[in-house]
Design a protein around this ligand. Structure first.
Ligand SMILES: [Zn+2]
Length: 779
């Protein structure tokens, strides 16, 4: 109890003395994070820590004046064949209208992490905003604080929430707060459904804003999800913010309160509070089907383009760019003839291909030299500097080679020639983006429009005007592409590190090439405007010295960058390799197996620390004839294990209905709460009905129940009469996040190295339920 009262007093004291009483207090939010992710720690659904977190949050919300209730439910997502026993916290303060504005975050965490960023951060920010909103003398709308459970089990808390009558009747719009990292930025990265008016409220919010609708296009192609998706599916409009910096900590034991930056707390707090206040001033009853395009300008202002305006804008950009293309082609032809135009395109294409090949070659060389597949993981900046220098050196070599060629072989060297090629390239990208990634199309249509205007307005013969125009284009593309490109590269490395695949060689070369395609043409145009023809005219002595020094300087820089990449540790304590481990026990045959897997070769476990022995590279299923899936990673090893006691006992009994259908009740008893229970039908037999939803996976029907309470859980299934002889093949599985021989809160054995590695672990026990006496046939 003391654990609960102390932070309560703290919060009360802090809220009284932390600066302006109406402003978001980072300290208050951090107190909540420390309590959830520090004092309580990892709090997976169904665990005792999860219950303690819930009690703390209920106390806090009541203290702020909210009416709080707990929605205890058996959440189901039939489309995935999964269920979970969840406890959502629903807290309400009334407003002038019954319609409610929501603040949502999930209070559960993965079992492998204290979950400071994911999602104690979101919960803490929701609490601090809740305190401030409840203290306002006037509120247009009721405020609903929705703290969901079991998000990490497949968004199950949200699945229950959308079945709550009061929530569905009153919730008009909400803000979801989550994280895939432990640092800022905290962009608005997902909106909808029908976001036009919502995004308008976000843009009007007074504070600094971060976000770009291009992220919507990226996010919907990533294999991750938040509670937001479930509410969006149920038609509740919302805005989704997430901390995306320092993704190395996400879902790992490193996601601790001290790792979470104050920048992340402050940025999420400001964004959530100002947006909530702006939404409260808006009419939440309004709806629109429009999907608006939005982006921030240097974090200070936000622009929202209505769909009609955004398409008109793209059309205008495309039309003007076509006019500009005709004009620049004419100027290029005047300087070098039609063959000059052709040669310019050929050189440009050759240049792009050569630069692409050089970037790819450098990445392959680094991988080969380092003998790891992701040598850049812990030090990506060194790698990007290497790629950018590779690009510079390749371009420099190309230009030098061009200088040595006879005049009739060269490309036309005039800013207009650069713009001619660029316009063709950007036009193709803008049209493609409009068709395939409309929410991101502004990234091409805005630079295209600016370039078109500059080339149409500036007199083509005037080199200083051309130079000034190029600088304007550079400012626009640089502002749009460099900060976002940096964030995306920062986000991409840990994101790829979590996937069970070898990062394709071309990913980072392609990203650098794309950013270069948007920023480099303006640099080239400025360069050409500064150096009037003829190029073979003698240079001034100063320029010549610079010219002579440039190539060796670039080569030295390239060598230094390569050495820095070569010497960089691929994985560190703070940026560890993500690996997976599973223990599978088949209690029917008395066999067990260990499996470890990852995206780097090598077994790399401490074989002296009581580890299993007899490791071999893994192939096929973990145990032959047993329904357990292998780890999906490219490098996996197995060793025989010793069978451990199962955490569950199971029985089944059946009764036959007059129509021949067989009703089977499978009862699973466990003394531990929080296990995931699996009910597996005989392969090929699909039930006609079941009390929990299931799905056919790899040829066999399975229903899963996460966060199962301690005690007995019964699954009732109806099988067709033809399955009568096969009921003995029914299996029950129990998934536990701890491992045999596990120690500490992670319950992982000491032979799993953890200095530069983190483990995603599970134990799977498959048991044969004991048949109870058959009941007499049903009448
Ligand atoms: Zn989360």
């Amino acid at each position: 109890m003391r654990a609960l009262i102390l932070p309560l007093i703290w919060t009360a004291l802090l809220s009284g003395c932390a600066g302006r009483p109406n402003a978001f207090s980072d300290q208050n939010a951090r107190t909540h994070v420390n309590q959830l992710a520090g004092a309580i720690g990892s709090r997976p659904a169904g665990s005792d820590a999860n219950r303690r977190a819930r009690e703390y949050l209920i106390d806090q919300l009541r203290f702020f004046g909210y009416t709080v209730r707990v929605q205890e439910a058996q959440a189901q997502r039939p489309e995935l064949g999964i269920s979970a026993h969840v406890f959502n916290i629903i807290a309400i303060v009334p407003g002038a209208r019954p319609d409610a504005l929501g603040l949502m975050a999930h209070y559960d965490s993965r079992a492998t992490t204290p979950g400071a960023g994911d999602d104690a951060l979101g919960v803490a920010v929701a609490l601090e905003c809740a305190r401030l909103l409840a203290a306002r003398p006037v509120r247009q709308h009721a405020v609903m604080v929705l703290l969901t459970d079991a998000e990490e089990e497949g968004l199950m808390g949200a699945a229950a929430l959308v079945r709550d009558p009061e929530v569905m009747a009153r919730l008009r719009a909400y803000i979801n707060l989550d994280a895939v990292g432990a640092d800022a930025p905290v962009p608005l990265f997902q909106t909808g459904p029908g976001n036009g008016w919502l995004v308008g409220a976000w843009a009007r919010a007074g504070a600094a804003r971060r976000g770009g609708s291009y992220q919507v296009e990226i996010y919907k192609r990533l294999p991750s999800d938040t509670d937001f998706s479930v509410l969006a599916g149920a038609g509740v409009p919302g805005l989704n913010f997430a901390a995306v910096g320092d993704g190395y900590a996400y879902h790992t034991p490193r996601d601790t309160p001290d790792r979470l930056t104050t920048r992340a707390i402050a940025e999420m707090g400001t964004a959530a509070l100002s947006t909530a206040e702006s939404l409260d001033r808006a009419d939440l009853a309004q709806r629109s089907q429009q999907q608006a395009v939005y982006f921030d300008v240097a974090g200070a202002r936000a622009l929202v383009l209505r769909p009609s305006f955004s398409s008109a804008f793209s059309v205008l950009a495309i039309v003007l760019a076509t006019i500009a293309l005709v004009r620049t082609t004419r100027v290029t032809a005047a300087a070098g003839g039609l063959s000059g135009v052709l040669r310019t395109f050929v050189w440009a294409l050759a240049g792009v291909l050569l630069v692409g090949a050089a970037l790819l070659g450098m990445t392959a060389l680094l991988r080969e030299a380092r003998e790891v597949y992701h040598p850049w993981y812990a030090h990506p900046w060194r790698f990007w500097v290497l790629l950018v220098l590779t690009l510079f050196v390749t371009v420099e070599i190309l230009l030098r080679a061009g200088d040595r060629l006879p005049r009739g072989w060269r490309a036309v060297r005039h800013p207009s020639a650069v713009w001619m090629v660029t316009l063709v390239c950007w036009l193709a990208m803008a049209v493609g983006a409009e068709g395939f990634v409309p929410a991101a199309a502004y990234l091409w249509s805005v630079p295209l429009l600016v370039l078109a205007l500059v080339t149409i307005v500036a007199p083509s013969a005037d080199r200083s005007a051309a130079g000034a125009g190029a600088l304007i284009v550079l400012a626009v593309t640089g502002a749009l592409w460099l900060p976002e490109g940096r964030e995306m590269l920062r986000f991409g490395v840990p994101m790829f590190g979590r996937l069970p695949i070898l990062t394709p060689l071309a990913v980072y070369p392609a990203a650098v090439l794309l950013i270069a395609a948007m920023v480099a043409p303006a640099v080239l145009a400025v360069d050409m405007a500064m150096k009037p023809p003829p190029r073979d005219a003698p240079l001034t002595p100063g320029r010549r010295r610079l010219r002579i020094l440039l190539t060796p300087a670039l080569l030295v820089a390239l060598s230094v960058a390569f050495a820095a990449c070569y010497l960089a540790e691929a994985y560190t304590y703070d940026r560890p390799l993500q690996r997976a481990v599973q223990y599978v026990a088949d209690h029917g045959t008395g066999r067990a197996v260990w499996e470890v897997a990852g995206v780097e070769p090598g077994l790399d476990v401490d074989l002296t620390g009581g580890a299993p022995s007899g490791w071999v590279p893994a192939t096929g299923p973990p145990l032959s004839g047993v329904r357990a899936t292998a780890l999906p990673h490219p490098f996996a090893f197995r060793a025989p294990g010793v069978i451990q006691p199962a955490p569950v006992e199971a029985t089944w009994r059946s009764a036959t209905a007059p129509d021949g259908a067989i009703q089977v009740d499978v009862a699973v008893t466990t003394s531990r709460s929080g296990l995931t229970l699996l009910f597996l039908a005989p392969p090929g037999v699909v039930p006609a009905g079941s009390s929990l939803p299931g799905l056919v996976r790899e040829g066999a029907w399975v229903a899963s129940l996460a966060a199962a309470p301690a005690g007995t859980t019964v699954l009732s299934v109806t099988f067709p009469a033809a399955a009568a002889a096969r009921l003995g093949e029914i299996r029950v599985g129990a998934v536990d996040r701890g491992l045999p021989g596990g120690e500490g809160w992670l319950r992982q054995p000491p032979w799993l190295a953890s200095a530069r590695t983190v483990w995603h672990a599970r134990s799977l026990h498959l048991v044969v339920p004991v048949a109870e006496a058959r009941e007499p046939a049903l009448r």
